[in-house]
Design a protein around this ligand. Structure first.
Ligand code: T1G
Length: 678
């Protein structure tokens, strides 16, 4: 059955696209639209044509699931041309979102109207693509090169009112959409059909495209698609429409066939799969979460509070003293004041969010909250005491979550009478910015509690991944292995700056040593004090520890791996001498370490520990590990995450290298787990 329904009402043909859940433009939709336009042209009852959608939204773009398959005619650009060539006025009537190919279909129509809540965008760049159905040629002609470049390279949707101001749509309508559609259709059916795409758009300035390329090569470092977007928009302003369309098609096919697009499409689906848990059926209930308490108003606690306040959720911040509470509330207020100062937030929005924030030093104030998130010191005895207090204070349906980044959630759950309501919600700092949320499932955690956490992710705009209980869960466990190899490479001969350079060239936003200096070398130092020797390679962290002990804790003390006369930091001769001393103490003759070895050993360490995490069932899917590492640790999204990279690079190659490391360094850390064998 076609995904497009044809009907006629008051001289207007309605082509209704109905392809749940997001009206993705599958082959059936493309064929149905093409046939519908042909039928409406022949239909003597029809003086105007409306394209609209059933369900919650206009079309959300091409069906991404079809990309891996051989493309089927009619191709989307041809459908858009067919619509545009129609000799009766075609009106796209938009509600919900019109994204990618959906907006391109609307651009092929002669008019576009939208309801107030509509959002319009060209997010193809987020999939490593460019708009491939005329979007890069029509948009600049409609709204100008500058606005079009921003819409296409940012991938961000704009609201209907802004779309109207830009000229992307012709009207924002209120009330019943179908009635408004009929009214608009009747108002244009005797008018001459507009042809806005005949003229080339003006170029904003001689250096516009080069300036934009330079800006994006920094802001979207390593990504190819933004550059392709600029090339396509430049073609719109230098070539005829048809030649521009040919150029767009070439660039689109290049992007679609690229490993970067495959990686980013992998991430798109991976971030949706990660919220599906095999033994949590869709019909599982979830507790309503309408209010939250956060225990501990330090950096993490304040960040978590902001994450909830931003979504309009009332928050109680609980501290041990009035002084600590005041400092915590001040952290939240300062953050919002900064956002207002930077123009990211209005005063009114700041006030409305702060109005939802309350402070307390009494557990008795938490009796009615639906969720408590403990964000206190990373010490098991402190956490157990807090949970024992919570157990007495909260209602029976309250979810008790710990934000611990590596401690045993099962042990914490033993402190309460209702362990099935206990779960780990591991936020990443800054908690109001970082998208990743590791949901740590204890052995007693009920599926209702787990499902509540899964639903919460969507509610607060986080990317959730479920982890089992182990030291460091998924991300931090892998990160520790990555850091181990960094430390070993340094005592073997590499310098911190060589390592950072090699890994930023690979695509990491910051090198591991610069990251450690930014976060503070003392964080890892305190964690390591709680580890037993079999949990980490002590010699790999000798330099880290000695730097902390001499108060070189990173940026906050003006020196760490680097010297910080300015924010950039510069290589430190003293650190290089310390490395030579440590190598000598260990009887290691320093050697030249290649860039390739730095990348292979550190990234292979992620893959090796990732595959162990899979074999232990800590993570359910390899794509879940990719979601963690791209959203929590800056792994380049255009490589699709460490496990996608391993698959793309070739598991056999990586397996052979790991076997080689095991021979050279022993198999304490280097073991080939099942995932790498298949
Ligand atoms: N194709 C196929 N499936 C899609 C899809 C798409 N475009 N968009 C969403 N889905 C699935 C998704 O996998 C999930 O499946 C379900 O729909 C609900 O999605 C030629 C080439 C529209 C804002 O990039 O941004 O057009 O998990 O959980 O939070 O130029 O989906 O239920 O099985 O995200 O309400 C450009 C991508 C494509 C838009 C809704 N379009 N989608 O968010 O639901 S390329 C996009 C979204 C293109 C042309 C080019 C969001 C959403 P399942 P969801 P949501």
């Amino acid at each position: 059955m076609s995904a497009v329904h044809y009907s006629v009402e008051q001289f207007t043909a309605f082509l209704t696209v109905d392809n749940p859940p997001v009206n993705a433009i599958s082959h059936s939709v493309r064929q149905g639209l093409a046939d519908g336009i042909t039928a409406a042209q022949k239909d003597e009852r029809v003086k105007s044509i409306v394209i609209h959608c059933a369900g919650r939204s206009f079309m959300a773009g091409a069906d991404i699931k079809e990309f891996g398959k051989p493309p089927q005619e009619p191709h989307l650009p041809d459908v858009c041309h067919h619509i545009e060539a129609c000799n009766k006025p075609v009106i796209a009537v938009i509600h919900g979102v019109a994204l990618g190919g959906g907006l391109e279909i609307a651009l092929g129509a002669h008019y576009r109207i939208a309801d107030e809540s509509a959002q319009l965008g060209l997010p193809e760049v987020n999939l490593g693509l460019i708009p491939g159905a005329g979007g890069t040629q029509r948009t600049p002609r409609l709204i100008g090169v500058e606005a079009a470049t921003d819409l296409i390279t940012s991938g961000k949707p704009i609201r209907a009112d802004k779309a109207l101001t830009l000229g992307l749509i012709d009207a924002v309508v209120e009330g019943a959409l179908k009635k408004a559609a009929l009214k608009f259709a009747h108002s244009v059916q005797e008018k001459e059909i507009p042809k806005p795409y005949a003229q080339k758009p003006a170029i904003p300035s001689e250096t516009f495209f080069e300036d934009t390329r330079r800006l994006l090569s920094k802001r979207k470092k390593g990504f190819e698609a933004p550059q392709a977007c600029i090339n396509a928009v430049e073609a719109a302003s230098t070539l005829s429409f048809m030649d521009g369309m040919k150029r767009e098609r070439e660039l689109f096919i290049e992007c679609r066939n690229s490993s970067q697009s495959a990686a980013q499409r992998h991430m798109f689906f991976a971030e949706r799969e990660s919220l599906k848990v095999e033994d949590v059926p869709r019909e599982t209930s979830a507790y309503p979460i309408k209010s939250v308490a956060i225990i501990g108003a330090g950096t993490m606690g304040a960040g978590i509070a902001i994450a909830f306040l931003d979504k309009g959720m009332p928050v109680i911040l609980k501290e041990v003293s009035e002084e600590a509470l005041k400092a915590g509330i001040n952290r939240v207020e300062m953050n919002y004041a900064q956002q207002v100062k930077k123009g990211r937030l209005s005063e009114a929005m700041k006030d409305s969010r702060l109005a939802l924030l309350k402070g307390s030093i009494d557990y008795g104030d938490l009796s009615d909250v639906d969720l408590v998130i403990e964000a206190a010191f990373e010490k098991m005895d402190i956490k157990k005491l807090i949970f024992a207090e919570l157990d007495k204070a909260v209602k029976k349906t309250c979810i008790l979550a710990t934000n611990t980044s590596y401690l045993d959630v099962n042990e914490i759950a033993e402190s309460v009478s209702n362990p099935k309501n206990v779960i780990g919600l591991h936020f990443f700092s800054p908690a109001n910015i970082m998208k990743l949320l590791e949901i740590v499932r204890g052995k007693a955690t009920s599926i209702e509690t787990l499902n509540t956490a899964l639903q919460l992710c969507k509610k607060i705009g986080k990317v959730g991944v479920v982890s089992g209980v182990c030291f460091g869960f998924i991300g931090n466990r892998m990160f520790q292995h990555y850091q181990r190899e960094v430390g070993l490479l340094m005592i073997e001969g590499a310098t911190p700056w060589q390592i950072d350079q090699a890994l930023t060239k690979y695509g990491m936003p910051m090198g591991p040593c610069a990251v450690a200096d930014l976060a503070g070398l003392d964080i890892g130092y305190f964690t390591r004090q709680s580890l037993s020797d079999d949990q980490y390679e002590a010699k790999a962290f000798l330099l880290h520890d000695r730097l902390v002990e001499m108060d070189r804790k990173g940026q906050k003390t003006g020196a760490g791996f680097y010297d910080y006369a300015d924010r950039q930091g510069s290589p430190s001769a003293m650190v290089e001498n310390m490395l030579s001393e440590i190598s000598q103490e260990l009887g290691i003759e320093r050697r030249a370490v290649s860039e390739a070895e730095i990348v292979e050993r550190t990234i292979d360490a992620l893959i090796c520990s990732g595959s162990e995490i899979l074999s232990e069932g800590i993570a359910a899917r390899s794509s879940d590990i990719d979601v963690v590492y791209c959203n929590g640790y800056g792994f380049p999204r255009w490589r699709g995450g460490p496990m996608h990279y391993a698959t793309h690079h070739g598991k056999a190659i990586i397996r052979a290298r790991i076997e080689g490391y095991a021979e050279k360094f022993g198999n304490r850390w280097w073991r080939v787990s099942d995932w790498l064998k298949d």
